[in-house]
Design a protein around this ligand. Structure first.
Ligand code: SF4
Length: 104
């Protein structure tokens, strides 16, 4: 059997591979992690409170995240919320020492 490819065949297959590569890379791109750490607009007192309460953008406390805290004020989906205690942007996945679980 003759396995020679014509110029037209090569171009056709190359175009198909290009489409697969573009679609594949778009489907595999990870969503960017939400970052709520910009405290440049805070007063030094508010920034100090944030540090004293040891706010972190990603909780390492099992079952304790800002989104399950009574003090959390959510915003639009996939955006930083606010907090009644800690000033500045608050990540729904964050945590601080003032965590108070929402009632069940
Ligand atoms: Fe998050 Fe702490 Fe505010 Fe609760 S008090 S929402 S844990 S920053």
């Amino acid at each position: 059997m003759d396995q020679k490819l014509g110029r037209r065949d090569v171009l056709k297959h190359s175009a198909a591979l290009g489409v697969v590569a573009v679609v594949g890379s778009a489907a595999c791109s990870k969503p960017k992690a939400l970052s709520c750490v910009d405290t440049t607009a805070l007063s030094s007192a508010d920034a100090q409170t944030r540090m004293t309460l040891q706010y972190v953008d990603n909780s390492v406390e099992p079952g304790k995240k800002c989104t399950s805290c009574q003090q959390f004020v959510p915003a639009a989906p996939d955006s930083c919320g606010t907090c009644k205690v800690v000033k500045g942007p608050i990540n729904p996945n964050g945590y601080c020492k003032s965590f108070v679980a929402k009632p069940a």
